[in-house]
Ligand binder design. Structure first.
Ligand code: AP5
Ligand code: MG
Length: 220
């Protein structure tokens, strides 16, 4: 399985990619998580990307596509790309990487939420500092205050959750990522999910779509 999860920041891509990776035994590849881990580890990649993440800007296409090619496309057979591609250039880069290897995408899922819902989700989001699991103060609270249900690690607010940075991330999404809907519609790869529903309902619909995308009749 090779699929892309698209949507505005806060749509729930990471939450659903985590669940689907576990349910369907595929690799969850998040460029945002990769960049945050590099920053936490103080690597050269981390030092280069920090300014972009802190301001809500996108990391340059060439660097982002190189990271995805080396860390995902070259390494993994089956994956969900969460948060990549995010620009038309990145979509073309991905198409090239796959074509060069005689591969193709099975599909793209767009997680559709209005901006006001995305903002409410982003400003209440909590993240485990150890395993990266996602929570929300109101919508998906941890069982124990500020402790991860999964690994017991401490939870924190993500550094790009301030109102100003969230607004900038939404601007970037509108300008650079929304045009990908037409790109993937033209290739007959796009499916939409109403991501305003509960996490369980969104998971049910997403899993159904993923199973259809890789069903044998679709590949004929
Ligand atoms: P990234 O980490 O990818 O952030 P994002 O796309 O902006 O998306 P988020 O992670 O904020 O939201 P999400 O859709 O994953 O929602 P989540 O599941 O967390 O990117 C961060 C930065 O890295 C970018 O700004 C950029 O600088 C850089 N970057 C990354 N990829 C790049 C690329 N390809 N090119 C260039 N730069 C790149 O859910 C959000 C909240 O809502 C959580 O609290 C969750 O608990 C809650 N929630 C989830 N689902 C539901 C639901 N159904 N109902 C109620 N609450 C819900
Ligand atoms: Mg995410």
């Amino acid at each position: 399985m090779k699929v892309v999860f698209l949507g505005p920041p806060g749509a729930g891509k990471g939450t659903q990619a985590d669940r689907m990776a576990e349910a369907l035994d595929v690799h969850h590849a998040s460029t945002g998580d990769t960049f945050r881990q590099a920053i936490a580890a103080g690597t050269r990649l981390g030092r280069t990307v920090q300014q972009y993440l802190d301001s809500g800007a996108l990391v340059p296409d060439e660097l982002t596509s190189r990271v995805v090619e080396q860390m995902v496309v070259e390494q993994e057979e089956s994956y969900i790309l969460d948060g990549y591609p995010r620009t038309l250039q990145q979509a073309l880069d991905l198409e090239r990487m796959l074509t060069e290897r005689g591969q193709r995408l099975d599909g793209v899922i767009y997680f559709d939420v209005p901006e006001e819902v995305a903002v409410e989700r982003l400003t209440g989001r909590l993240m485990c500092t150890e395993c990266g699991a996602n929570y929300h103060r109101k919508f998906m609270p941890p069982a124990d205050n500020m402790i991860c249900d999964r690994c017991g690690g401490p939870l924190k607010v993500r550094s790009d959750s301030s109102a100003a940075v969230v607004q900038e991330r939404l601007v970037q999404f509108r300008q650079k990522t929304l045009p990908l809907l037409t790109f993937y519609e033209e290739r007959d790869l796009l499916e939409r999910v109403d991501a305003t529903a509960s996490p369980e309902e969104v998971s049910e619909r997403t899993e159904q779509l993923l199973r259809e995308m890789v069903a044998p009749q679709r590949r004929c």
